[in-house]
Design a protein around this ligand. Sequence first.
Ligand SMILES: *Cc1c(COP(=O)(O)O)cnc(C)c1O
Length: 418
Amino acid sequence: MKTPFVTKSQLDEIVKTYPTPFHLYDERGIRENARRVNGAFSWNPGFREYFAVKATPNPSILKILREEGCGADCSSLTELMMARRCGFRGQEIMFSSNNTLAEEYRLADQLGAVINLDDLTHVEFLEESIGYIPETIFCRYNPGGVFTLGAGKDGVQVMDNPGDAKYGMTRPQIAEAFQRLKARGARTFGIHAFLASNTISNEYYPELAGILFRLAAELREETGCDIRYINLSGGIGVPYRPEEEPNDIALIGQGVRRKFEEILVPAGMGDVQLCSELGRFMLAPYGCLVTKVLHFKHIYKEYVGVDACAADLMRPAVYGSYHHITVAGKEEAPHDHMADVTGSLCENCDKFAVDRMLPETERGDLLVIHDTGAHGHAMGYNYNGKLRSAELLLREDGSVKLIRRAETPEDYFATVVW
Ligand SMILES: *Cc1c(COP(=O)(O)O)cnc(C)c1O
């Protein structure tokens, strides 16, 4: 069973001030989890988690993570601007972009961010854009093919398709990039790769680490480059379904440490600093979308209509993703009513759940849609003239703070040239 981090009585209070729908974030959960992540890698001096800003680009959230020692991983101009406005400075910012604009490289350089190149051609493009090659530079690796991990706990298998992904450099290209960068003045190097998304496996990070550690040792041999950093990127997942078992970040940290001691230490590279760019794992479980039941419809199927829609949370509509739903205050009631839970877009994919067993619901009931803290509000859009919802923070002392207001019709019309 999945239990929301907020109770029905707390929600009844919150909706007196803030109308539904809204995304609510749990400060305590965010902080405790960030501490677990940092603890899991504390054996590696210099480890830093750069939170993937795209997952939850809200300044209040970014500042909490910064207080917990995290950096910011950006991939666009406005994400860089947001990181700057939240107080991230210099190497607290990682710039992992692709298909990059010159102005993005210029701002990343002005901020002193660590730049992570996605392609071999960007060696020249970066130099053209900012006038030189920074002393410290990262390159993104793509091994191609299919990435698989054998069935782990609960028989869950991890499979993803780097060979189909637009990111990163091939093995010969990354060696070539390091050589070109070194010839143009780079002194210390980092390697980055992102091979699988939302992995529910404690083996993903250790497996990826093994690949990158071996690559680092080889590249140092081949190119003589001083490789000091390895960026394990994102991809550690969360259990969206109640029957899935959460990842154990402490075990993941130990698994990476074993690979480090097996591969890097004997290669004389025990001074390598690790970093991560987690998004989902840092935030998804610590956010929920709260929405109110508006209508019931009985045709060929049963529908529960709510006041949120895919514009507030598009993962179910575009990926068919499962998000657990709790009817606040009815956790213990028999879940004997099957329905689709729908928004109001003129798109049939606008369903938060399909054939979901729920307790008997009434108009006005509050639904908590779980695990929307990452890639939730962030992916919102304005299709059908829908306005994006507010974001609220449940603080550690139990009070609630508005951290982004809901959009208004004025926002919707603001960009129109009449
Ligand atoms: C999206 C992204 C991440 C975060 O991925 P999660 O699956 O949310 O952990 C990290 N790095 C880069 C470059 C990304 O594009």
